[in-house]
Design a protein around this ligand. Structure first.
Ligand SMILES: [Zn+2]
Length: 215
């Protein structure tokens, strides 16, 4: 059986330049198999492009489960699966587009990304927005049972608000151990926040199992 390349998001606590500076020396610690929980073993790695001010290559570690025989790419939490840009850049584009209503062309220019790329992020977010909003509200309520009040007029606004609410509640509960907002987004979605709908984007890392990860 052909196995799909799967990603795990690792709360790395490093910014891009610190990560890059380590080159192939990057250590990702012990990760658990997302399928069975078994501790994963080292399985090499690969170079991956990152767009930014000065496009760079970074080393992504790969780990493998001896039980499931599947290998997993261990992504730093400043990335999303299959996306060339830092998650923070993607998040900024979404906020500018959804909250301020700025056009995609000026947004892409401001962030230094191709217009088609920015448009694709927005389109994918739009497609996933209802699922994202629902799961993020569920996560927020698990973190703190107070109701989540959304003023959003559509699914995309609701998803952004629900992300903010769950992030704030995670911060209140776990303090500084919780990464920045967009890294948090990547972490809890297993890197698939802008993934296609073959699998629910937030299924693997929502809720209690994710809370264990954050320590
Ligand atoms: Zn396994």
């Amino acid at each position: 059986m052909q196995s799909h390349p799967l990603s795990i998001v690792w709360q790395c606590g490093l910014d891009v330049s610190a990560y890059l500076a380590l080159g192939q020396q990057i250590e990702v610690g012990e990760q658990a198999c997302p399928e069975c929980g078994q501790r994963l073993g080292g399985w090499g790695g690969y170079w991956r492009w990152l767009r930014g001010p000065g496009t760079a290559r970074l080393w992504i570690r790969r780990q493998r489960c001896a039980l499931c025989r599947r290998s997993h790419a261990v992504l730093p939490d400043f990335l999303l699966e299959h996306r060339l840009d830092e998650v923070q850049v993607i998040g900024q584009a979404l906020v500018l587009s959804i909250s301020t209503g700025l056009g995609m062309r000026p947004i892409a220019e401001r962030l230094g990304v191709p217009m088609t790329t920015a448009r694709d992020w927005r389109r994918r977010f739009q497609v996933n927005a209802l699922v994202l909003a629902t799961l993020l509200v569920a996560l927020a309520v698990r973190l703190d049972p107070a109701p989540v009040l959304l003023s959003g007029t559509d699914h995309e606004h609701a998803a952004l608000e629900a992300l903010g609410a769950s992030w704030q509640r995670a911060r209140t509960r776990f303090g500084g151990g919780v990464p920045e907002l967009w890294c948090f987004w990547s972490l809890i979605s297993g890197g698939r926040a802008l993934g296609t709908n073959r699998s629910p984007p937030y299924a693997p890392r929502t809720g209690v199992d994710w809370m264990v990860l954050i320590r």
